[in-house]
Design a protein around this ligand. Sequence first.
Ligand code: APR
Length: 256
Amino acid sequence: MDKIDAASDLILHSKRVVVFTGAGISTESGVSDFRSPGGIWDRFDPDEFTYQKFLSSSASREKYWEFSKSLWPAIVNAEPNRGHYAIAELYQMGKLDCVITQNIDSLHQKSGVPEETIIELHGTLKWVICLECGRRYPREQIQARLELGERVPRCDTCGGITKPATVAFGQPMPERETGEAEARSAACDLFLVAGSSLVVYPAAQMPLIAKDNGAKLIIVNLTPTPHDSYADIVIYEKVGEALPQIIERVKAKLKG
Ligand code: APR
């Protein structure tokens, strides 16, 4: 039996599938990942974009906003790809417990998975938040201000520091989302990783929590990850190729 077939069998025999995604699922939508050759951390120095740096000076915030401004066009114009739609089909089948994503591109929402079924561990680029008064701005609004020449957008209400609603290195993780992701990982019977290098914690702990609580583990990733030895099935293929094949096989088997 090939791995696609074996993976489809695991899904068939599961009731609560958690899908865990990283930037690798969005590369086929034209959104760079972080650690592939040519990825974001190949082109920018992550140490420049920590939370502490961001808070430390207006100059570092200006650098951060330049970085964020340059990435926005690829994100705002991105469309879900076959990998995202395969996960949406899992939801349609009633098999998907939730999607835990490290991604900030809202492509799971765009593909039709309901907001309440998605846990965004690293926040979202959709909003910009004032760190002082909490006022929320749609990212498009701030992008327009940046394109008009504003370099470090401040809150219109209180003059406070604003920041995209994403989680930067060194920034506290969102408590509710992290707790919810740990609980769902511990309670699922199948944990499917799609497009993540599994090197950033606490996110990368989720597949181990699932495995330690008796779930089966499938990893679909172009390159090896540190957790491959724990997995029941590892598929070194493009998510946009492998996931649709797996789902097609599940549907064929459901038809009998
Ligand atoms: N199909 C399958 N795998 C892919 C594809 C693809 N089309 N494209 C890239 N990959 C793989 C890469 O080989 C890599 O192992 O996806 C993985 C992406 O890993 P990262 O770039 O490290 O992205 P991610 O795992 O999401 O990073 C986690 O790091 O910088 C922080 O906050 C950021 O959320 C991000 C976190």
